[in-house]
Design a protein around this ligand. Structure first.
Ligand code: MF3
Ligand code: CO
Ligand code: CO
Length: 260
């Protein structure tokens, strides 16, 4: 079932998104060689709670931490650990969800640790471009397939593959609501977008083959071929006219964006 949000509900999701943005900015600044993924988890949890929000990943289906910290070939659900030390050349995805006053917000980014390879930098850049190309399709009257197609096309044109086993999703009072937002698809197919839909758009892109395996911890998903992966996510609201509001980028203004 798809729940549409009214303007006052979207305002609450905007408040949650602002906090998540600020938390993630600080976590991003803490990323450097020698830091452990548990250091980042502790920092994120402290910042979330200081802002009177709740780290909603912690305890979600038994997940033990406040962020997912996925390195290199790890796509999603890397469990933070004090034995996972970031090293120069790694690429790290931080994916965090928080709850403020009953409303969820979800965002992820991938960042290089120190100097990274040209291929890794291209993968991060193309994944963010996939997000923006997808989000430009998130307008009233378009369909979910338009978003997925835009993401898939740009990934493939750059020699990369979208992950198929994890998707974006509706979000609101729950972290994961209907519909699933696939990172591939056909234009003009799928659910029609309506004002008041709030969704997490989250391209996950592999430099190699998209097939995944799950680690023995039951959580961490990585590419079978161990190719690098990148992930970029924001929570957005479909608006009456024009491009969507990016709830996890406070103050973002489409009028100030150059065309991709
Ligand atoms: N933030 C993730 C998403 O984008 C979900 C986290 S799964 C959890 O959907 F187990 F870590 F909570
Ligand atoms: Co997320
Ligand atoms: Co998500």
């Amino acid at each position: 079932m798809i729940s549409l949000k009214n303007p006052s509900q979207i305002a609450k999701m905007r408040d949650a998104g602002k906090i998540l943005y600020e938390v993630e900015q600080q976590v991003r600044e803490a990323v450097k060689p020698g830091v452990t993924t548990m250091d980042l988890d502790v920092l994120a949890e402290q910042l979330i709670r200081k802002n009177h929000a709740i780290p909603s990943e912690k305890g979600y289906e038994g997940y033990p931490c406040s962020i997912c910290a996925s390195i290199n070939d790890e796509v999603v659900h890397g469990i933070p650990s004090d034995t996972r030390v970031l090293k120069e050349g790694d690429i790290l995805t931080v994916d965090c969800t928080l709850l403020l006053d009953g409303w969820q917000s979800d965002s992820a980014f991938t960042v290089g640790v120190g100097q990274i390879s040209d291929e890794a930098a291209k993968l991060i850049r193309v994944t963010e471009e996939c997000f923006w190309l997808g989000v430009r399709q998130a307008i009233v009257g378009n369909r979910l397939g338009d978003i997925g197609h835009a993401i898939e096309k740009h990934a493939r044109e750059n020699g990369f593959q979208p992950i198929r086993e994890f998707t974006g999703h509706g979000i609101g009072r729950e972290m994961h609501e209907d519909p699933s937002v696939f990172n591939f698809g056909e234009p003009g197919r799928g659910l029609r977008l309506r004002r008041g839909m709030t969704i997490a758009v989250e391209p996950m892109i592999a430099a190699g083959d998209w097939h995944l395996q799950i680690d023995e911890d039951g959580w961490c998903a990585r590419t079978v071929d161990h190719s690098l992966t990148s992930h970029y996510e924001h929570t957005i609201a479909i608006t009456e006219a024009g491009y969507p509001e990016i709830l996890t980028l406070p103050g973002f203004d489409w009028n100030k964006v150059e065309d991709v």
